[in-house]
Design a protein around this ligand. Sequence first.
Ligand SMILES: *[C@@H]1O[C@H](CO)[C@@H](O)[C@H](O)[C@H]1NC(C)=O
Ligand SMILES: *[C@@H]1O[C@H](CO)[C@@H](O)[C@H](O)[C@H]1NC(C)=O
Ligand SMILES: *[C@@H]1O[C@H](CO)[C@@H](O)[C@H](O)[C@H]1NC(C)=O
Ligand SMILES: *[C@@H]1O[C@H](CO)[C@@H](O)[C@H](O)[C@H]1NC(C)=O
Ligand SMILES: *[C@@H]1O[C@H](CO)[C@@H](O)[C@H](O)[C@H]1NC(C)=O
Length: 278
Amino acid sequence: MDSSRLLILFSVSILLGLLAPAVAQVNDAVCTYTDDICRRCSYIGTYEDGGAYQKNLNTLLSSFSSNNQTNSGFYNSSMGQEPDKVNAIALCRGDVSLNDCHTCVNQSSSILFTYCSNQDEAIVWGVFCMVRYSSKLIFGTQEDEPSEYVPSPFNAIDPEEFDLVLNLFLDTLTEKAASGDSLKKFAAGHVIIQGSTTTQPIYALVQCTPDLGKQNCSDCLKGAISKIPECCGGKQGGRVLKASCNLRFDTNLFYNFTADSLVTLPGMVKLNGCLHYN
Ligand SMILES: *[C@@H]1O[C@H](CO)[C@@H](O)[C@H](O)[C@H]1NC(C)=O
Ligand SMILES: *[C@@H]1O[C@H](CO)[C@@H](O)[C@H](O)[C@H]1NC(C)=O
Ligand SMILES: *[C@@H]1O[C@H](CO)[C@@H](O)[C@H](O)[C@H]1NC(C)=O
Ligand SMILES: *[C@@H]1O[C@H](CO)[C@@H](O)[C@H](O)[C@H]1NC(C)=O
Ligand SMILES: *[C@@H]1O[C@H](CO)[C@@H](O)[C@H](O)[C@H]1NC(C)=O
C-alpha cells in the first residue's frame, strides 16, 4: 500500500471515529438481554422544556399509569392541540396484573423522559409493557420500525429442529393473537419438542397493539417471525420488538403460568417417537 492510500485510510478512520458518536446518537437504541429494557428515540423533531408538548406528554402518560377504568392493559389517546398534540400508546403484556402494568408504564415513562428528553417521538419496550408516543398519528396503523432484537446468549440444543418447530408454533400463536378483539391481541403457550434424544419445551408469547386490524396484526407478527434468523437464529430464546407488535420465546417459562397452555401444531405427526412435518 503506498503512502497516499495509507493517508486516505488514516483520514477515513479519523473521520469515522469523529462521526461515530453522532451516528450512535441518531440511532440511539439501547438494548441488552440482561437489561431487559430497550429504548429508541426517533429524532423526528424536538420539544421545549416546560412547553405545551412536554406538559401534554406528561399528563397523557401519567393518565395511563393511573387509569383504573380499563383492565385490558392497553391505553391509546391523544392530548393537546396542534402543533403540540401528543399521541401515545401503552401496551402491557397480556398476562400481567393491572398493578404490574401500571408500575411498568410509570417506570417506562420515566425512562422516556430521562433518555429521550425533548424528542417528539420515542419508544421503550420493558419486560411487562411497551410505551410509545409521537407527534404523528400512530393509532390503527402498523409500524414496522423501529424494531429491536434481543437474543438469548444460549444456543438451542438442536438448532435446526428448534427453528423448524418454533416457526410453526409462532405461526399458530399469531393466528390466535390476530383473532383477538380491539382490547387484546395476545397469545401465549408452549410446545414440546420430542427429538430422538431430547425432550424440550418452547414457551412463546406474541402480541399486537389491539388497535391494529386482524390483517395488520398478522402481517406485523409474520414480519417479526421472519426476523428471527437475523435476531436469534439457533438461540434457545429471544425477543423481536416492533412498534406495533412483539414476540418472545424461550425454553423456560417466562410468563405467568395462568396464561400457559399446550399448543397443538398443525401438520406435525409423531412417528416412532420423533416429530415429522407434513
Ligand atoms: C409515576 O409515579 C409517580 C409516583 O406515583 C408519580 O409521581 C409520577 O408522576 C408518575 N409518572 C408518570 C409519567 O406516570
Ligand atoms: C387505582 O387503583 C390503585 C390500586 O389498585 C389505587 O392505588 C388508586 O388510588 C386507584 N386510582 C383511582 C383513580 O381510583
Ligand atoms: C394497516 O396499517 C396500515 C399502515 O401500515 C394502514 O394504512 C391501514 O389502514 C391499516 N389497515 C387496517 C385495515 O387497519
Ligand atoms: C384506541 O383503540 C381502540 C380499539 O383498540 C379504538 O376503539 C379507539 O378508537 C382508539 N382510540 C384512538 C384515540 O384512536
Ligand atoms: C398471574 O395471573 C393471575 C391470574 O390472572 C394473577 O392473579 C396473578 O397475580 C398473576 N401473577 C403474577 C406474578 O403476575
